[in-house]
Design a protein around this ligand. Structure first.
Ligand code: FAD
Length: 496
């Protein structure tokens, strides 16, 4: 009989792992805590407004295409994409902004208009970033990180220099550009990786290539379309998704073999378990202590990606001055970063991000209105209270007014907030992290929490706290990588 796999969690990583395993012939069941699949990328509607709850930037379209093509499908079979132009707007002060055009050539022109000679440098920067993207996203991210030997090939040895693994993205960017705005613009994509420009390897300038060359896209209907597409494909492959079923406990037999997972009203048996829920939650809360591979001290020392203070606002008018994606970088990035990582506290003068998908999608808000999603990166583990959330909403409204001239405070007809405590209660997130473990040098590849448990022989992990890291494309890849490892291990076991 086919081996039975239980996947805990139906985020991108869980869905991806489940689909890949079902495709390989395993019998797969997903147990999901919440009442809908998608994890951090769930969506909701209220009072005629629709909101994606988490990710909003569709980058690296090639990764999504490769995902569906590996099953003989195409993205176009499930949803349609539109390239945004401008890709996004960045505010540096009141009515003082740059719109980043779609396509490298127009970015080169923009750079040149700001700093003489920087257009040429951008072109050179992008050539190097294209190489890093080629090696990084098409090769390195597919390595499971179980042994150093995986990296012992010529491209990596050569790449220590060419891939800039040992240099920070900050020094790399500063080496190329002098203008503070251009520097900030080139450092922005690092925010997706959860670290700071100072502690993130310059390998990740591949994100600049994703930004300026590959572009910012929007799946019509919102990011939740990706979830729906992946769920449809998973079901087509025979995956069963059981929602509203939080796993409370994993049953481990002596010797380290999981026999099943206990939910509130049922126990599910398994030959193999894939943990797609937050790694820390599964190993520290669902496994008996004797079978945990990492100590609480280990987890305390990890550099987690930030949490977020989020607002979902339905606004009763159209808002001039905001695009589909708007970054408000009118305060010091380094000061905010220090309050995220060095001295965790509520940021005094936060940078923040606004998404208004109603600028592109007329169905996202009633006619003449706007659905705004506001995101402030915050340190993991902070205590959020109603009064903190109220104060920050007020602060953000004042900042939007200063930057765009739009007074929104009296135009909010729907509002909901989401913060650290919600990440914990909704996703069992460690310290309320929003997007996993930061991609710093000391947390790259084999230095990440391992995708295979060393203490439980049939337990594997996937998702944004293991390889390759945070973000939607890496989570999709993580699921495929773990499925391949399971297939290798079990094919090997059967052959013995
Ligand atoms: C606010 C925000 C904005 C982001 N923006 C972007 C962006 O623009 N672009 C981008 O690429 N990425 C973005 N990201 C990151 C991206 O969304 C994540 O990296 C990705 O969704 C993580 O997927 P995952 O499958 O690893 O985890 P999750 O989506 O968290 O999935 C884990 C699942 O496990 C379930 N679970 C937890 N505990 C249990 C249990 N005991 N039993 C059963 N199920 C359980 C959870 O309910 C959840 O469904 C953003 C993230 C956030 C939060």
């Amino acid at each position: 009989m086919n081996k039975k796999v239980l996947v805990i969690g139906s985020g991108f990583a869980g869905l991806s792992a489940a689909t890949a395993l079902a495709d390989k012939g395993y019998q797969v069941q997903i147990l999901e805590k919440n009442d809908q699949p998608g994890g951090r990328a769930r969506a909701f509607s209220a009072d005629g407004f629709t909101f994606d709850m988490g990710p909003s930037w569709y980058w690296m379209p090639d990764v999504f295409e490769r995902y569906f093509q590996s099953y003989g499908k195409s993205v176009a079979d499930y949803y349609s994409l539109e390239r945004l132009d401008p890709s996004y707007r960045v505010y540096f002060g009141a009515q003082d902004y740059l719109d980043i055009p779609a396509g490298l050539e127009r970015c080169v022109e923009l750079f040149e208009s700001i700093e003489a000679g920087s257009g040429l440098k951008l072109r050179k920067f992008m050539e190097e970033s294209a190489y890093k993207y080629e090696v990084g996203i098409k090769d390195l991210v597919y390595r499971p990180g179980r042994s150093l030997l995986e990296f012992a090939d010529w491209r990596i040895a050569k790449g220590l220099f060419q891939l800039d693994l040992l240099k920070s993205i900050r020094s790399y960017v500063h080496q190329h550009f002098q203008n503070p705005r251009l520097r900030q613009l080139m450092e922005f994509p690092i925010l997706f990786l959860g670290g700071t420009p100072k502690n993130t390897p310059a390998l990740y300038s591949l994100m600049n290539y994703a930004d300026m060359e590959l572009g910012t896209w929007f799946p019509k209907g919102g990011m939740v379309e990706i979830v729906e597409a992946m769920v449809a494909l998973a079901k087509e492959k025979g995956v069963e998704i059981v929602t509203s079923s939080p796993v409370r406990n994993l049953k481990v037999a002596t010797g380290g073999h999981i026999s099943g997972a206990e939910c509130d009203n049922a126990t599910y048996t398994a030959d193999i378990v894939v943990a797609g829920a937050d790694y820390h939650h599964v190993e520290q809360q669902l496994l008996p202590a004797a079978y945990r591979q990492y100590s609480p001290q280990y987890w305390e020392k990890r550099d987690m990606a930030p949490s977020s203070l989020l607002y979902y606002l339905g606004v009763s008018k159209k808002v001039e001055g905001l695009l589909h994606h708007t970054l408000c970088f009118d305060e010091s990035f380094d000061e905010h970063a220090a309050q995220l990582y060095d001295h965790p506290q509520w940021p005094k003068k936060p940078l923040f991000y606004v998404s208004a998908t109603s600028k592109t999608d007329p169905n996202a808000a009633p006619e003449g209105k706007e659905n705004l999603f506001l995101l402030v990166p915050t340190a993991p583990g902070l205590v959020d209270t109603d009064s903190v959330k109220k104060d920050y909403l007020h602060l953000l409204m004042a900042r939007i007014k200063k930057l765009t001239g739009e007074n929104l405070e009296h135009s909010i007809e729907y509002q909901r907030s989401f913060a650290t405590s919600d990440f914990v209660s909704d996703y069992n997130s460690f310290k309320g992290n929003a997007y996993g473990l930061a991609n710093t040098l000391r947390q790259t590849a084999i230095l990440k929490p391992s995708l295979k448990s060393k203490k439980v022989n049939n337990l594997y992990y996937t998702g944004q706290l293991t390889v390759p890291g945070p973000g939607v494309p890496p989570s999709l890849i993580s699921g495929q990588v773990v499925a391949d490892e399971i297939e290798k291990d079990y094919a090997k076991a059967l052959a013995v």
